[in-house]
Ligand binder design. Structure first.
Ligand SMILES: [Zn+2]
Length: 467
């Protein structure tokens, strides 16, 4: 990740420090170490009432825009302009800086050495930098994208431009909490995580869903009182957005059963995967659900679990409410043995899998291209799209699993664990396990919402051990 390393190096020009880059609402970050160092800011983020007070080992995630201060910052003022529609960089320079034609021309010429002015669209942020007390603009920063900007600075009588990577700092979040209602997503909307932009929280939720997709169906199996903890290593830009983030270790305790996922990179290619504490892959022959969690409608999932469960025997399937057109995935490798109308199931696909398994997917609006009888499909391949064909009152997916001709509960069935860590990587795995597990044990103890609200000790689990 040479690129990533570069991006962490702030400009050497003190004026190029991120602290000088104004962000709306930014109010200095005096409590933080200086910029220019790679911050390994350990943040304890505790979910649940009262948890923050108990585990305030470190400051919480800084607010969006709370940038690290520099050493003896030069007195300088900055002015940020967002280009409105049709406005050009030249327009801004003319209207805000008092530069004459020659100066503007020279600046734009310098700018073009680094980037095409065409890349500047409405909404682009342009920052004008001046020494305090001076009218004259010393430098101009033009944002190219979230990770790059062009700095055009005075150089003698002219201007020179260079690209500056947006500095990112790396931090590690230790997050734990208890689930208060069925929807996992509401946890990540918890006020304690508001320092993170909503889009990033959605990414984190998606990552966790991807990690646990073989063990748990987030939309149906999560219960009030379930607890979770995970360690997220991320790169954060000065505006608080996440450049990258990966879960190093996670634990989900679902109805008293703990599930662990420890990140390890068995091939050393940077594409890590997850193993349980015994070094067995978390992957299974079948996904727990044929839809992505984030595509499943919230209107049905909340509180609808029990009716569905009670109906299980008569109904013999799991219904997922989702918008028409939501992609439906094959939950395991297999061969398509039916594709077309099938009675009350409407447009249905049936897949035959190894070891006597079959899965059926009903009520689809249409099928994915290339999916025919006889097609070999891999786990996760899109086979069709949610609809309301057949006996359906609204768009939803009906999903069934059979083994040796008998219906089984796809949420309850035990499947053998995936491949273990390769023998020749055992040593590296053991080290990764020790390290990431130690990180996991640094998460705050999971808080039971009921216990916490009752004012008793919120510590439900003291640590990682004893599971
Ligand atoms: Zn159904």
């Amino acid at each position: 990740m040479a690129e990533g390393a570069d991006s962490r190096t702030p400009g050497t020009d003190p004026g190029a420090s991120p602290a000088r880059r104004p962000v709306q609402g930014g109010s200095g970050g005096g409590l933080l170490p200086p910029a220019g160092v790679h911050l390994a800011l350990s943040v304890i983020v505790a979910l649940g009432v009262g948890a923050g007070a108990i585990w305030s080992e470190s400051r919480p995630t800084p607010d969006v825009g709370a940038l690290p201060a520099v050493y003896a910052p030069p007195a300088e003022t900055t002015e940020t302009v967002r280009l409105s529609w049709g406005e050009t960089l030249g327009d801004v320079l003319y209207s805000r800086t008092g530069m004459d034609d020659n100066e503007v021309d020279a600046l734009l010429r310098a700018f073009r050495v680094e980037a095409s002015p065409r890349r500047i669209r409405s909404g682009t942020s342009v920052v004008l930098l001046r020494r305090t007390g001076q009218e004259r603009v010393r430098a101009v920063d033009v944002e190219l994208n979230l990770d790059e900007r062009v700095r055009v600075a005075r150089d003698g009588e002219g201007w020179t431009a260079r690209r500056v990577m947006t500095p990112v700092r790396t931090d590690t979040l230790f997050i734990a909490g208890a689930i208060e209602n069925v929807l996992w997503s509401s946890i990540l909307e918890h006020p304690e995580l508001t320092g993170m932009p909503a889009a990033d929280r959605a990414i984190v939720l998606h990552r966790l869903d991807q990690i646990f997709q073989w063990q748990i169906d987030f939309s149906r199996q999560i219960r009030a009182g379930d607890t979770f903890r995970f360690v997220l290593e991320r790169e954060v830009r000065p505006d608080g957005s996440m450049r990258s983030g990966r879960v190093l270790a996670a634990q989900l305790r679902n109805q008293e059963i703990p599930y662990h996922a420890i990140r390890f990179d068995p091939n050393g290619d940077g594409r890590g995967t997850y193993y349980d504490l015994e070094g067995r892959s978390v992957r299974r022959a079948f996904l727990k659900k044929p839809l992505e969690f984030r595509r499943i409608s919230s209107r049905f999932t909340s509180g609808r679990y029990h009716p569905v469960l009670r109906r299980w025997r008569a109904h013999r399937g799991v219904d997922y409410a989702a918008d028409r057109g939501t992609p439906v995935m094959a939950t395991g490798d297999g061969v398509v043995i039916h594709r077309g109308p099938k009675g009350g199931l409407g447009n249905a696909v049936v897949i035959r899998h190894p070891n006597g398994f079959r899965t059926r997917y009903g009520h689809m609006s249409y099928f994915a291209r290339g999916v025919e009888v006889g097609t070999r499909v891999r786990q996760g391949r899109v086979i069709g799209y949610v609809g309301a064909t057949g006996l359906a009152t609204g768009p939803h997916l009906h999903y069934e699993m059979m083994r040796s001709g008998r219906h089984v509960d796809p949420l309850g069935i035990e499947l053998p664990p995936g491949d273990p860590v390769p023998e020749d990587r055992r040593g590296d795995w053991e080290r990764a396990l020790v390290r990431n597990r130690a990180l996991l044990s640094r998460t705050p103890a999971a808080i039971s919402p009921r216990v916490a609200m009752g004012g008793r000790s919120p510590v439900e689990e003291a640590g990682e051990e004893g599971e």
